[in-house]
Design a protein around this ligand. Structure first.
Ligand SMILES: *[C@@H]1O[C@H](CO)[C@@H](O)[C@H](O)[C@H]1NC(C)=O
Ligand SMILES: *[C@@H]1O[C@H](CO)[C@@H](O)[C@H](O)[C@H]1NC(C)=O
Length: 210
């Protein structure tokens, strides 16, 4: 095979790879204006495109005693299916934390609407990026990277709204994934260069739901 032909084959393979990468880089494109749920019996009108599940949250200005996230993804709001967008309402009490986690299918654009907030994420080179946000600030957590949000204020609550570029961004909690899914103690002890007793202590702490 001539080298120019080999070069063309390589280019062709590269183009296939890059095309399939793009196809999986976000939600799939749909071939209709919107997607009506299968077997839907209610008529599709403005109500289908309206989500009212956050009304109660905004009517009550006191955040719950533990960090709480209220989602509007395609599970709660079916009209988002195929639209590549979703949102979440994040409520932090004084001192509340949203533990390290990732969203496998989307970046997160956080908009702080009340209080102040410590945020951070870690890139694939293990570099940590942090910031202290004030009301009105936005922070973007790149897609798939481990990140956290923390209200360091001991007396004031904090509230944020997050937007996602996926109708189903997904959330993988780092502590839960590692210590609350039944991964063998010995494997975790070796992985974290510690002993089984320490792993069991961490597991016990996570088992207690606040
Ligand atoms: C919709 O109806 C069809 C035919 O009755 C059924 O086979 C299918 O499972 C239904 N789908 C859902 C999501 O309920
Ligand atoms: C507002 O939310 C707080 C925290 O969840 C709760 O304790 C309180 O009862 C709520 N107030 C009203 C009027 O629902």
């Amino acid at each position: 095979m001539a080298s120019s032909s080999l070069f063309n084959h390589a280019l062709f393979l590269l183009s296939i790879l890059s095309t399939s990468y793009i196809a999986h880089a976000g939600d799939p494109d749909i071939l209709s204006d919107f997607i009506i749920p299968e077997n839907s019996t209610t008529p599709i009108d403005g109500n289908f495109f309206t989500f009212t599940g956050m009304r109660g949250l905004l009517a009550n200005s006191t955040n719950p005693p533990n960090f709480k996230v209220t989602k509007a993804t395609m599970a709660e709001f079916p009209a988002l299916n195929g639209q590549s967008v979703s949102m979440a309402f994040l409520q932090f009490p004084a001192g509340g934390v949203n533990p390290p986690h990732t969203h496998p299918r989307s970046a997160e654009l956080l908009f702080l609407v009340e209080g102040c907030m410590e945020v951070g994420f870690v890139d694939t080179a293990n570099k940590l990026y942090t910031q202290t946000l004030q009301v009105g600030d936005m922070f973007v957590f790149p897609k798939g990277l481990v990140h956290y949000q923390y209200n360091a204020d001991v007396s004031e609550q904090a509230t944020a709204i997050s937007a996602f570029g996926s109708a189903n961004a997904g959330a993988v909690s780092t502590p839960v994934t590692l210590f609350a899914t039944g991964i063998d103690d010995a494997i975790l002890a070796k992985s974290f260069k510690t002993d089984v007793a320490t792993i069991q202590k961490i597991k016990a702490g996570l088992a207690v739901k606040p």
